[in-house]
Design a protein around this ligand. Structure first.
Ligand code: ADP
Length: 615
């Protein structure tokens, strides 16, 4: 063979990195490579089936849509054949020489830890085709694309550094993958071993799998069966198949209906949330079938985007078989289908949250992001989703979650509002100035710690007809003042002090007023109605976005606090230099507590003067 037909190419850097992990990892479930390759073969057959709906000219049109597997114990090889779409030269380079999925790329870049973490990578996410190098010394992929004019090719690699592509005549359409096993993994060439693996992993592959000419899988549409006919193990196996997953599902929803739509569906909530590990945004994970025939493995627009963590199958007799992937999104029927299942899913989760609280809370900790996203963007399901939200509050222990139902059951009689605070952490809230007024009155405040929570509360506005209000808002009527120690200033003195403070502080504050919410602090900075919360401002600032200039707050003073009383009763003559400095310091202290002081340096010089005066 002439040299021109052989191309030698290095793997893309990311592939080399991935292969390094694969080959050196201590991951023990090496057998998963079989499942990866068989599932690639099945995908390829599926793609061909789809293609043939529109393409008339296909290379070798009469090949059986099946997967054939052979082993040779002596030669220590496994061969996996499919008659699917195959690959052209460009496709070989693209698919088996690079990593296209940006999430995997990003993930690899983030992966700084060594081999032990690497084992988890494989365990958690699978690495597709490249997993074969856990057991292979050399791999050859013989292929011919479905395109008639394509070349007959062989891709080969030992998984170190690079691969070769050469022309090898007389290939069938599809792929024939020949795996030369490493000495220490020769067991995989034993027919019995492969059979066991196939039985475990490939029962749901919707094409016949033949091992040495014998059929090993029974095509089972589990979702069409009666619940009583399906075992827990079968459900779990099916989940692993549809989700390409290695974990066990947390929840499942096997749901059938006859009216108004014929629906058979089997949905799962995974154990792991890969988005938490920096894997990038997941694709939709629920496949759409019509009478057992796969229409779209990753339909967009079937379920709302926030449900992308759910895996499984939705099958409906009512869909037209020839519905195209493009027109699917606009189909009223598909939307209806998605809507029914979204409602069911929410209902299932709500029931689970009541039946097994701890298990649900654990789910929520891993998947809260999606529920919150749903509340923020999904108008249709927002109210139902609010019931699924969990959070800490001023009445829970750290780490213990509660929900709106519980909050409302503890609410004071006549309490018309639900109070919350968003901040970076529990300790930040507890050290902050806003909580004490609520504590003193026995009012519960919900604690929220994530940037997305700002969107959640602003889109929710109401729960069970009670307004959601930030505890840092100025627009609060908390009712009677709690009994406090110390005498309050007289009303006249208070008014005079407020006026003096406003004059002294000028335009740096919106207004100054006395209030009853404070217990231990002299003053608090409140957020005027409609103004961005301090947390939001901090976020905008971090993102270098315009946060609308300086925060202008309402300064609420505590007329029972010693500092305020002394300041009020002090003779603040024009020559008094100390009083204005103290006023400014009270304001700045309130701004610091609220996380709103942008430039603290001016404060330092003043502090020094005040301290000097104090001595
Ligand atoms: P994934 O299947 O998750 O995309 P893989 O690493 O397993 O990742 O495969 C990469 C790509 O190689 C596939 O997306 C597909 O385009 C191609 N491929 C793999 N195996 C086959 C096959 N048997 N027939 C056709 N194409 C294949």
């Amino acid at each position: 063979m002439s040299n021109e037909t052989i191309t030698r190419q290095p793997f893309q850097a990311e592939v080399r990195q991935l292969l390094d992990i694969v080959i050196n990892s201590l991951y023990t479930d090496r057998e998963i490579f079989i499942r990866e390759l068989v599932s690639n073969a099945a995908d390829s057959l599926e793609k061909l089936r789809h293609l043939r709906l529109t393409e008339t000219a296909v290379f070798q049109p009469d090949q059986e849509p099946q997967i054939e597997i052979a082993t040779d114990e002596e030669a220590k090889t496994i061969t996996i054949i499919d008659y699917g779409i195959g690959m052209t030269r460009d496709e070989l380079v693209q698919n088996l020489g690079t990593i296209a999925h940006s999430g995997t790329k990003a993930f690899l870049q983030n992966l700084e830890a060594g081999a032990s973490a690497a084992g988890n990578v494989i365990g958690r996410f699978g690495v597709g085709f490249y997993s074969v190098f856990m057991v292979a010394e050399k791999v050859k992929v013989f292929t011919h694309s479905w395109r008639e004019a394509a070349e007959h090719l062989c891709w080969s690699s030992d998984g170190c550094g690079g691969y070769e592509i050469e022309e090898v005549p007389e290939q069938s359409r599809g792929c024939r993958i020949v795996i030369q096993l490493k000495e220490e993994h020769a067991e995989f060439a034993m027919p019995g071993r492969i059979k066991t693996i196939l039985e475990r992993y490939s029962n749901f592959v919707p094409f016949p799998i033949l091992l040495a000419g014998e059929r090993v899988n029974h095509v089972e549409a589990l979702w069409l069966k009666n619940k009583s006919e399906v075992t827990g193990e079968q459900y779990n196996e099916f989940y692993k198949f549809v989700a390409h997953a290695w974990d066990e599902p947390r929840y499942r929803l096997h749901f059938s209906a006859d009216a108004p739509l014929v629906i058979n569906s089997l949905l799962f909530v995974p154990k792991e949330n890969p988005e938490r590990y920096g894997m990038g945004q997941m694709e939709p994970g629920v496949a759409l079938y019509c009478r057992r025939v796969l229409i779209d493995p990753k339909p967009r627009g079937l379920l709302p985007e926030w449900l992308r963590f759910v895996k499984g199958v939705i099958d409906s007799d009512d869909l037209p078989l020839n519905i195209s992937r493009e027109s699917m999104q606009d189909s009223a029927l598909v939307q209806k289908l998605g809507d029914v299942l979204t409602k069911r899913m929410i209902k299932m989760l709500e029931a689970e949250s009541k039946n097994e609280t701890e298990k649900y809370d654990d789910f929520f900790k891993a998947f809260s992001r999606f529920i919150k996203e749903g509340v923020a963007v999904d108008d249709k399901h927002r109210d139902a989703l609010a019931k699924l939200l969990r959070f800490e509050s001023s009445m829970t222990e750290p780490g213990v979650l509660t929900g709106f139902d519980e909050y409302l059951s503890r609410a004071k009689e006549g309490q018309k509002e639900i109070y919350y605070l968003v901040a970076a952490s529990r300790s930040a809230i507890e050290a902050g100035p806003y909580l004490e007024a609520f504590r003193a009155r026995g009012l519960e405040v919900i604690f929220l710690y994530e940037p997305i929570d700002e969107y959640v509360v602003s889109s929710l506005t109401e729960v069970a007809e009670k307004r959601l209000v930030s505890a840092s808002s100025d627009d609060l009527n908390l009712g009677d003042a709690p009994p406090t120690e110390g005498e309050a200033l007289s009303e006249a003195d208070t008014t005079a002090l407020c006026e003096w403070l406003k004059t002294t502080l000028g335009s740096s504050v919106e207004s100054v007023r006395a209030g009853t919410r404070l217990v231990n602090s002299p003053a608090v900075a409140l957020q005027p109605d409609g103004q961005m919360s301090p947390q939001m401002r901090a976020m905008m600032k971090a993102m270098n976005q315009d946060s609308g200039g300086l925060a202008k707050v309402i300064l609420e003073i505590n007329p029972r606090h010693a500092l305020i009383r002394k300041l009020a009763l002090r003779d603040k003559s024009a020559s008094d230099e100390l009083a204005p400095m103290i006023a400014e310091q009270i304001r700045d202290n309130a701004l610091i507590a609220a996380g709103l002081l942008d430039t603290p340096t001016a404060m330092l010089a003043r502090m020094e003067k005040v301290l000097t005066a104090a001595l």
